[in-house]
Design a protein around this ligand. Structure first.
Ligand code: ATP
Ligand code: MG
Length: 399
């Protein structure tokens, strides 16, 4: 079947007025940006619906991309037909015929938005339904739970028929919720946290703390590759790469071993808060999950939070490792995340990190350091890279 358009449904939320306009504009932008470089299609909006006009492009390839556009609740490959009864009957039957597997039950749902069309919706349901029943003796009508719904939309701009509805990823279109700065490590959790924030409509920037030469160029490349995976859902991601070696070395020289991780995290937060201010991000996000490791207890979160006033979001806080891993497979970051490159935390991991750190003790230990100068130098030395959704060379990503 050569489809003419993909019909996109969205806005199951009670969006009104300006919110609705912003939502629609952001969604149209996302749809265009994921399709633009690959297909010659046209995106059109009309009264709460969005259409991708295919102009001969392959519907399945286009739909594969739409599965990654947040804000889409579902979509349907659709044909555009002349609004006469015979054509509608014939083409509806054709659509059902080419479904694989063949549905055992169906119903017809007509929406007659164009009241100039003479036949009422119920009448159209009956006429088209009867035509299909006669042609396909094995199929039955089921109005409650049909395996296929033949949707006929008679609108002023045309008549559209579809019989497949494919779920979209839901969520909100990227860009409607403002900007968030994600602390992106090379692990399993933080890319998933980034994906979950994208799902809630944020524009994502990422910050990574790099401890060259203790950590290698390959490990930084891995982080770029992970950010690249996220661009498939959210468009370009700006990656802020922070030189962290000097700070880690200073902490290790001057602070007690069991507080290394805590103090290191507090530095990450201070630096991230400044980078967020510079780049207009309204919150930070991490991949922390309560109790997952020693540094992710409530006491530890409190001690880490104390040094910043910007909101710190932890979208994975109540999730199990298995749930997080499942998402990482689904979004295709898992294989990259488990590549065995050292990161700044593994290089400096003390034998017995404190599980219930105290903020006042962390602050006291930090008195041995020139916190402000160290933070300032790290922010100063931060390099910004634009990670785009284009295919990448020289990466760890072989898939
Ligand atoms: P992940 O799988 O995301 O690495 P993790 O379970 O290894 O998380 P930690 O190492 O305790 O947990 O890190 C907690 C969070 O701190 C990470 O999810 C990430 O958001 C942030 N983080 C850790 N290391 C870095 C780093 N080098 N650069 C940027 N953010 C980091
Ligand atoms: Mg980690």
């Amino acid at each position: 079947m050569n489809y003419d358009v993909i019909l996109i449904r969205y806005g199951e939320l009670a969006l009104k007025g300006r919110n609705r306009d912003q939502f629609e504009e952001a969604l149209a932008r996302s749809v265009k940006s994921v399709l633009r470089s690959f297909f010659k299609v046209k995106v059109r909006r009309n009264y709460g619906r969005m259409y991708v006009e295919l102009h001969g492009e392959d519907a399945h390839e286009v739909m594969e991309r739409l599965k990654r556009v947040f804000g889409i609740s579902s979509f349907s490959p659709t044909i555009h037909v002349e609004p006469d009864q015979e054509t509608i009957k014939t083409r509806a039957l054709e659509l059902i015929r080419q479904m694989d597997p063949q549905p055992r039950t169906f119903r017809v749902v007509t929406r007659r938005a164009d009241k100039r069309y003479p036949t009422p919706s119920m009448e159209m349901n009956r006429i088209v339904g009867t035509h299909i029943l006669r042609a396909l003796p094995q199929i039955k009508v089921d109005v409650h739970e049909p395996e296929a719904i033949v949707n006929i939309e008679i609108r002023t701009e045309g008549t559209y028929i579809s019989c497949e509805t494919i779920p979209g990823p839901g969520g909100l279109p990227v860009g409607v919720s403002g900007k968030v700065l994600l602390l992106l490590s090379g692990g399993i959790d933080s890319p998933v946290a980034g994906w979950m924030m994208l799902k809630r409509g944020v524009t994502l920037e990422a910050i990574h703390f790099h401890s060259y030469p203790f950590t290698s160029e390959r490990s930084l490349q891995k982080v770029r590759d992970l950010a690249h995976k996220l661009t498939k859902w959210g468009g370009t991601v700006r990656l802020h790469v922070v030189p962290f070696t000097e700070i880690q070395t200073a902490i290790r020289e001057k602070c007690p071993e069991d507080y290394l991780i805590t103090i290191m995290r507090r530095f990450m937060m201070r630096i991230s808060e400044r980078v967020a201010a510079n780049t207009g991000a309204k919150a930070l996000a991490t991949g922390e999950s309560l109790g997952q490791v020693a540094s992710q207890t409530l006491e530890s979160m409190d001690t880490i939070n104390k040094v910043i006033s910007i909101p710190l979001l932890r979208p994975l806080v109540a999730m199990d490792k298995i749930e997080i891993t499942d998402i990482s497979r689904k979004i295709d970051t898992y294989e990259l995340s488990i590549l065995p490159y050292e990161d700044c935390c593994t290089v400096f991991t003390p034998k017995n990190p404190v599980t219930r750190p105290k903020a006042y003790l962390a602050a006291r230990f930090e008195e041995a350091l020139d916190v402000e100068a160290l933070v300032e130098a790290a922010v100063e030395g931060t390099v910004i890279e634009e990670i785009t959704s284009k295919p990448r060379e020289e990466s760890n990503d072989l898939f």
